[in-house]
Design a protein around this ligand. Structure first.
Ligand code: DON
Length: 565
């Protein structure tokens, strides 16, 4: 991911910025709040699809359904019907809920399925084969969300994506570049199929028409969840599986159901954070991180200054160590949620932190819980006129998932199985390690880092936030929240600000270019922090509720767009 803007030069009257883009040109960024609703998501046409639903009288959940399907068409590297995700919901009255539509391991999956005869992990097997896919959850999730909270009819919400697939949509420059880079990989992974394949290079403004995908979406429009999990589309998925030794069966599809789970919540100063419980690790980790730094004067230290950065890194080191041991699918593994979120436990984890030097990760182990045995995703934030809010992160896991299209159906399958721990201690594609809690079992959900969150201030809606980015999701959401609460940044500044990331193992800090000034960098390096220069971290799409209306923050690291009215 490359930064479109690298410097915010001037803030004019709170709502207008002058920024310099990568070509060195000054650009004006409008940050004017909108009173009636806001969609912030990864692709312009999808944002417009969501906005059109809000204008028709749909609520935030209705708009979310339209946005998710539109992203499946316009942002195939991550927007999906072949993947899964999480939704955090807050109604205008303050009722909260979450929906877990995470993929599940097929019933034929087993703990050692990615190991060779000597017990070593077979490289790439959990990433780019037919066996890399979990049973998709997105269509069921959207269908359930619409049934419970939707105002408009299902068919009306699916239709915009059918139009985008059948009539085509115009590629942005970034999108054309992504498709050109992935051509050879897609050709190899998809013999006999031509999806996204073109003889001459893709160019900005080219029209992409996806007729098979349009037909699949019509099945879903007309038959609801059955249009995907049964009938012709299910047949196509199973045929695709059979062509490459994949595991997903008709019964796996038919039996897939998303789950409503009670949101987990925690306080940070005057704010209440509402977020995703397991099988996401994100919610617990985010609340733990906020609690770890709450008592320190971050505001006084300043954004990305050495004390701020050091404290954040040390909190992240400890929280990610716990993630590796205690977090997994709660339907299969007893996750000690209450113990992990107890303030005394979180603060005790910070006892070993000293200002003089970095704590080596080798000296940090997951904590002891008393009495306890034992690159691609996309996020969108939506608010509506009534004041309802949804925060949804959804994924195929890697960019373009397994890279394998379902023949005839025109959509990509996820490679979410890599989010399981294939073998204790062996890192996955995000460098994350795990053990028993996140081992592969039939029908189990793989642990996630996705952290959709909604924040209240004094009982009222304050912020809607989330991002893709694998292991970096949690720390990006954490920093975006602190940027607003502690460092007085508005929503767009907070999203655009440079980020950094630490995850216990490997013991280094990824730092976006330009995130730290020279002095901060020198102090941190002298204390033993290994700083590694990184491209863009995350693509945060967020909304702030201000007295004037909804203020959007669309990440300049991608084509992310805010559309309000
Ligand atoms: O659920 C997870 O944690 C990962 N599958 C998310 C992957 C991701 O964010 C990739 N995006 N850049």
């Amino acid at each position: 991911m490359r930064n479109k803007y690298y410097l915010i030069l001037l803030v004019l009257a709170g709502n207008l910025f002058i920024a310099v883009n990568v070509k060195g040109q000054a650009e004006k960024i409008d940050n004017t709040p909108n009173a009636n609703g806001m969609v912030v998501c990864a692709y312009p046409d999808a944002a417009q699809a969501g906005l059109a639903i809000l204008k028709k009288g749909g609520n935030a959940v209705d708009a979310a359904v339209a946005v998710q399907f539109a992203l499946a068409v316009t942002f195939p590297e991550a927007g999906n019907i072949g993947g899964g995700g999480f939704m955090v919901y807050r109604s205008t009255k303050g009722e909260t809920n979450t929906l877990d539509f995470r993929e599940k391991a097929p019933s034929g999956a087993s703990a050692n399925m990615y190991l060779d005869a000597s017990g070593n992990v077979i490289p790439g097997m959990s990433l780019s084969t037919h066996q890399a896919s979990g049973v998709p959850g997105s269509v069921d999730g959207l269908y359930e969300a619409n049934r419970k909270y939707g105002k408009l009819k299902w068919a009306e919400l699916v239709q915009p994506s059918i139009d985008l697939a059948r009539n085509g949509y115009k590629l942005t420059k970034r999108q054309a570049d992504v498709y050109n880079r992935i051509q050879n990989t897609l050709k190899k992974a998809n013999p006999g199929k031509s999806y996204l394949i073109k003889d001459s290079p893709w160019k900005e403004g080219d029209l992409l028409v996806q007729e098979d995908l349009a037909k699949t979406l019509e099945q879903i429009r007309d038959k609801g969840r059955k249009g995907f999990y049964e009938g012709v589309v299910a047949d196509e998925i199973v045929a695709e599986m059979k062509s490459g030794n994949g595991l997903i069966t008709k019964a796996d599809l038919k039996n897939y159901h998303s789950v409503w789970r009670k949101a987990i919540t925690g306080n940070y100063k005057d704010y209440k954070v509402i977020t995703m419980p397991p099988p996401s690790s994100g919610g617990i980790a985010l609340l733990s991180l906020l609690k770890s730094v709450e008592k320190y004067p971050l505001h006084q230290w300043g954004h990305n200054q050495d004390s701020t950065v050091q404290l954040i890194i040390e909190a992240e080191r400890r929280v990610y160590a716990d993630r590796s041991k205690y977090l997994g699918d709660p339907d299969f593994f007893k996750v000690p949620v209450d113990s992990l979120l107890r303030t005394s436990y979180i603060l005790s984890r910070m006892n070993s932190f000293t200002w003089s030097a970095a704590t080596p990760s080798t000296s940090i182990q997951p904590g002891t819980i008393p009495g306890y045995e034992s690159d691609q995703t996309t996020h969108y934030s939506i608010t509506d006129r009534e004041g309802n809010a949804v925060s949804i992160t959804t994924t195929l896991n890697g960019s373009f998932g397994s890279k394998i299209f379902v023949k005839g159906a025109g959509f990509l399958l996820n490679n979410e199985m890599d989010d399981f721990s294939s073998k204790p201690g062996v890192p996955n594609m995000y460098g994350l390690v795990g053990g028993k809690a996140n081992s592969i079992q039939p029908n189990k959900r793989m642990l996630s880092s996705m952290t959709p969150a909604i924040i209240e201030k004094n009982g009222k809606l304050f912020m809607v936030v989330g991002t893709p980015g694998g292991a970096t999701i949690i720390t990006s959401v954490f920093q975006t929240i602190l940027n607003v609460i502690e460092f007085d940044q508005n929503m767009q500044q907070s999203v655009s600000s440079k980020r950094f990331h630490h995850q216990w193992l490997p013991d280094n800090v990824q730092v976006e270019r330009g995130a730290f000034d020279e002095k901060t960098q020198t102090i941190l390096e002298q204390k033993g922090y290994k700083l590694i220069s990184s491209g863009g971290i995350g693509r945060v799409d967020a909304i702030l509720k201000t007295p004037l209306g909804y203020e959007g923050g669309a990440d300049p690291r991608g084509d992310d767009t805010k559309a309000g009215w």
